[in-house]
Design a protein around this ligand. Structure first.
Ligand code: XMP
Length: 469
């Protein structure tokens, strides 16, 4: 009997699990490098969602330093969005700690400070912020209190912006615990052993700068022009890309683009086929409709393309056109709560996942902390929520009011600390997942993964009061 195409099965993350398989490697050997778009490689397959409580330059810098890519939101004038992008591009490609000692500082205080920082050397700067050299902890042990550290200064290498790699190398080889970096001769910060040894895996462009993406509407040619060649990727940011007007606008827009162009959001095989066949340039697909944590589209409009389903649809379309998953990478967008969901999305054919939810509670997310009683939160809102819509139309004359209904909520998420913690835990979870699935890399996962449908969520959460997030 022919299948009734009026009713198809659309699975979402909780409907399936991955089945374990014989593994050739240990989790720590798993390679999770991937692509965010055709020409942009990432060391961690993570993009931040272009949302105004999440993705501005601070988050994009933190994420790129850890190997992912931030997508700067577009709920601001285009000149401002470009400044965010440029700020990421001109940022040092290593995390800098703001630790140095003024040359007039008294040596016993410096000794105590170094003891608590756990560093064997610190740079010494003068009042003009020039680096004079380094003070060694061993030289302070016997110093008589009151002596200025200037008396104990020793020469050492100082690294100008652009030489971050050399500075990290120096620290990694144990030559210095805190290597001074300067900008045009003025102290900028130090590459400390704590940062350099823990993680140093930034996502860099061909010129050695941090990777960054920017959100654009296909209707907003001026925005795209302003950001083209400045951001590595222009990410289409409309709820329904599979719309004739959107496709026509995108067709005009992509013709002259230098940056990679990611089309989206899309939810179906037909949507991908139409997009790839009509547009001269598609360098990635942003898949998933109404699956996000703050989305109300399915309630308001009865429409959804759950992210896992949407990724599978993209994979079918690409296979049909004979295009490799590596050529037009698929980004799974919406509803990713942690690495478990991400492993499922990757197994289905995604090259990377996009999340707002996982980043919204971090220090670097673009919203202020909120305190309720003795708990900390951060605001997180959908870009089609009332608050975001009101701001958008005031700030951006290029945006179009196509719909007069809210499709997102405004809420709070628990505070999570630094992005770094979230990304490192995420990466470990991914490696564990790939390890169980018997894959040593994401392309191997695409080939080997086997899903099983489940009838209810597994894992015992009911009745357990969570005391950690
Ligand atoms: P998460 O699950 O990370 O999802 O919160 C982020 C994605 O949700 C989409 N998005 C929206 N979808 N109404 C929607 O239906 C909205 O107001 C809205 N705002 C964001 C978007 O794809 C984002 O990347």
């Amino acid at each position: 009997m022919a299948q009734d195409t009026r009713l198809v099965e659309a699975l979402s993350f909780d409907d399936v699990v991955l089945v374990p398989s014989l593994s050739p490697v240990e989790p720590w050997q798993v390679d999770i490098t991937s692509k965010a778009s055709r020409n942009v490689r990432v060391n961690v397959p993570l993009l931040s969602a272009p949302m105004d409580t999440v993705s501005e330059w601070r988050l994009a810098v933190a994420l790129a330093l850890l190997g992912g890519v931030g997508v700067i939101h577009r709920n601001m004038p285009v000149e401002e969005q470009r400044r965010h992008v440029e700020r990421v591009k001109s940022h040092p490609v290593v995390e800098l700690a703001d630790v140095a000692v003024y040359e007039g500082e008294e040596c016993c205080r410096v000794r105590e400070a170094m003891r608590s920082l756990g560093l064997r050397q610190l740079p010494i700067v003068d009042s003009a912020e020039a680096v004079k050299g380094y003070v060694e902890f061993v030289d302070l042990e016997a110093c008589s209190c009151g002596t200025p550290v200037a008396k104990l200064v020793k020469p050492g290498p100082v690294f100008e912006l652009g030489e971050e790699g050399k500075a990290v190398d120096h620290v990694k080889r144990g030559k210095l615990d805190a290597a001074a970096m300067t900008l045009k001769g003025r102290f900028l910060g130090t590459v400390s052993v704590h940062e350099a040894l823990a993680v140093y895996n930034p996502a860099l462009d061909e010129e050695g700068r941090l990777r960054v993406a920017a959100a654009v509407s296909p209707f907003d040619a001026k925005r795209a022009e302003t950001l083209d060649g400045v951001a590595d990727i222009l990410v289409s940011d409309v709820a329904h890309f599979h719309n004739v007007n959107v496709l026509d606008a995108a067709k005009r827009l992509v013709k002259s683009l230098e940056s990679d162009f990611v089309a989206g959001n899309l939810g179906t095989r037909e949507g991908v086929l139409d997009t790839v066949s009509r547009l001269e340039k598609v360098d990635g697909l942003r898949m998933g409709i109404a699956g996000g944590s703050i989305c109300t589209t399915s309630g308001v409009a009865g429409i959804a393309a759950p992210t896992l389903f949407a990724v599978m649809q993209a994979r079918s379309a690409l296979e049909e056109m004979g295009i490799g998953l590596d050529t037009i990478p698929v980004i799974a967008d919406g509803g990713v709560r942690g690495p478990g969901d991400a492993v499922k999305a990757l197994a289905a054919g995604a090259s990377a996942v996009m999340t707002g939810y996982m980043f919204a509670g971090t220090d670097e997310a673009a919203a202020p902390l909120v305190r309720i009683g003795n708990k900390l939160y951060k605001p997180y809102r959908g870009m089609a929520s009332r608050g975001a819509l009101e701001k958008r139309y005031a700030a951006d004359r290029y945006s179009r009011v196509a719909k007069r209904v809210e499709e997102g909520i405004e809420g709070l998420v628990e505070y999570r600390g630094r992005v770094r913690r979230v990304v490192l835990e995420f990466a470990e979870g991914l490696k564990a997942g790939l390890g169980y699935a018997g894959a040593s890399s994401i392309p191997e996962l695409w080939r080997k993964a086997r899903f099983a449908r489940i009838t209810s969520r597994i894992g015992a959460y009911t009745g357990v009061v969570k005391t950690s997030w």
